[in-house]
Ligand binder design. Structure first.
Ligand code: FAD
Length: 517
């Protein structure tokens, strides 16, 4: 302990000399934590960046917590410090616009260590550390033949990070987002209190934190709902040249959410194909070069195709009836004849599909590049206008990444959570997941994002950003609409000094050393 304090004292003195901060270190030095507090260049560098590679903010120090109590001690010290300093939880740093950064504050590396997970077989839930990655949750629960119900497309994201946004994928129409599939949370508030919250206890905090963009507390434990894990997945893609046939089928498929499992698919997504190069986009390689149908020959006048992506989960013992069930369901759909592409794989391989693409992209140096992503929730009634103005308008044939389009049922989203979605019962996710290989591409794609947002404004399409990013508080007020008053009231209650998640740039911290807004 004495040696650790000495090393830390030395490191902090070096920092004072190098950077000139004199405010924070005293409190940090007195913390007495189980974990590790670091001012090493490599740790600070890592915490200054994220997947987006668009924003950089250098923290004063980085903490790898040994326990929830460590997190509580740190936040309490920040809250009580005369000058104050900001604290941001960082999951896996997969934000786009610096949301997990803390300029001149402390970044808590929540995913720095693997933790014990406790699976409660009878209750069908698992208790996990807030920084656990979903891939590890999957591996641990599969040992009991169980798995979480609702997913993201990519599993190298942290539990706390996705619950702070929502956590969506093709299962959302059926189970709701990931945040609708948790029973209980442990949360460190902005005052440094460690509270358990659920539907029954500290209810207001529970709902505020879900989709709360890290504003009200740091999630240190989540109790996640489980179901029996399917053994295999039949993964199907079919093509459309007509947008209204495509969305009509998607909406039909998600309307079956109350039906018995054998009468509906388990996952419904879709994507836009504006150029053939993207058909095997980074989310997965699927279509083989020996496609029975030449994709080019199917293109409509505007050169845009739409791909519906659906899956059916099954157990080994049902292998001989699965074909019939799928056949019957496909008959209801109106895709281009003979464009059914099918593959069959273990459940875990389906869920972890994006990671395989990541490995390939990394090997070509195409993963660690800037990602000017734009994710929008578009109301169902305006999705055709969006198609015309954006997919067949603004985009041209320049996209530089997958464009996902799929609908969700609002009744699966708890309206008491902090997330905002469009008013309508059905809304679409439209996700532009682009990579910019050089400065010119970055400029072009960022311009395109601006054009898409202006188009929506001018055409009065009331979109809501998912993984939102705004420059001013006025825009945030607009984003939250009716929920703003409650959101800012709860902020004052649970994080009165506005210490937490300042990288979201929603509230200006009441500290001397921070200038995130
Ligand atoms: P970070 O980026 O580290 O943090 C995000 C925000 O949450 C920050 O404000 C941070 O302070 C806060 N935070 C982090 N941990 C905690 C905690 N324990 N308690 C409280 N606040 C916390 N999203 C989907 O919904 N569906 C997808 O299919 C999907 N696919 C993706 C694929 C890729 C390749 C990438 C890069 C991202 C994808 N995302 C998807 C987005 C993802 O949900 C966000 O990046 C999200 O922020 C989670 O990433 P993270 O765990 O690294 O969190």
């Amino acid at each position: 302990m004495a040696a650790t304090k000495f090393v830390l004292a030395f490191a902090i003195c070096r920092l004072i000399v190098t950077v000139g901060f004199t405010v924070v270190p005293v409190e940090l030095l007195r913390l007495g934590i189980e974990g590790r507090l670091s001012v090493e260049t490599s740790d600070v560098e890592k915490a200054s960046a994220d997947f987006g590679m668009l924003t950089r903010a250098v923290p004063l120090a980085v903490m790898e917590p040994g326990s929830a109590e460590d997190v509580a001690r740190l936040v309490e010290a920040a809250y009580e410090s005369a000058q104050g300093f900001t604290v941001s939880a960082r999951g896996h740093g997969h934000s786009i616009n610096g949301q997990a950064q803390a300029r001149k504050g402390v970044v808590v590396e929540m995913s720095s260590r693997k933790r014990m997970m406790r699976v409660w077989e009878k209750g069908r839930y698992v208790d996990v550390w807030g920084g656990e990655l979903w891939i590890d949750v999957l591996k641990a629960t599969l040992e009991y033949g169980l798995a979480p119900k609702s997913w993201t497309d990519y599993l190298y994201l942290s539990v706390g990070g996705t619950l702070s946004n929502a956590g969506i994928s093709g299962q959302t129409f059926n189970h709701g987002p990931q945040m609708s599939n948790v029973y209980e949370l442990d949360v460190v508030t902005g005052k440094g209190e460690l509270l358990t919250c659920s539907e029954e206890r500290n209810t207001e905090l529970f709902h505020a934190v879900l989709g709360g963009l890290g504003q009200f507390g740091i999630i240190t434990r989540a109790r996640v709902a489980l179901e029996p894990a399917p053994h295999r997945v039949r993964w199907i893609r079919v093509l459309y040249s007509n947008f209204s046939a495509f969305t009509k089928d998607q909406e039909f498929l998600i309307s079956l959410h109350e039906k018995p499992s054998k009468e509906r698919f388990d996952y419904v997504e879709g994507f836009v194909i504006v150029d053939e190069g993207l058909i095997n986009n980074w989310r997965s390689s699927f279509f083989s070069p020996s496609n029975p149908v030449k994709i080019e020959s199917l293109k409509s006048d505007e050169g845009v195709l739409y791909c519906l992506e659906i899956t059916k989960n099954y157990q080994h013992e049902d292998a001989d009836i699965i074909d019939q069930e799928i056949e019957a369901m496909l008959e209801e759909l109106d895709f281009i004849p003979k464009t059914v592409f099918t593959t069959d794989l273990p459940y875990v391989d389906f869920l972890d599909r994006v990671h395989r693409a990541e490995v390939k992209m990394r090997s070509k140096g195409l993963w660690e590049v800037p990602h000017p992503w734009l994710n929008l929730f578009v109301p169902r009634s305006r999705i055709a206008d969006f198609d015309k103005g954006v997919f067949r308008g603004i985009l041209g044939n320049k996209t530089s990444g997958p464009i996902l389009v799929y609908p969700m049922n609002k009744n699966k989203w708890d309206q008491r959570s902090s997330v905002v979605t469009p008013e309508e019962e059905v809304f679409y996710l439209v996700a532009f997941l682009r990579s910019a290989v050089d400065r010119q591409a970055l400029r072009m794609l960022s311009d395109q994002n601006r054009q898409i947002l202006s188009f929506c404004r001018d055409a009065s399409i009331e979109v809501k950003q998912y993984l939102p990013h705004y420059a001013t508080q006025e825009e945030w007020r607009d984003h939250f609409g009716d929920k703003w008053a409650r959101f800012s009231h709860l902020k004052a209650l649970y994080d009165p000094r506005r210490i937490l998640a300042s990288g979201q740039r929603i509230f200006k911290p009441l500290t001397a050393a921070t200038s995130d807004m």
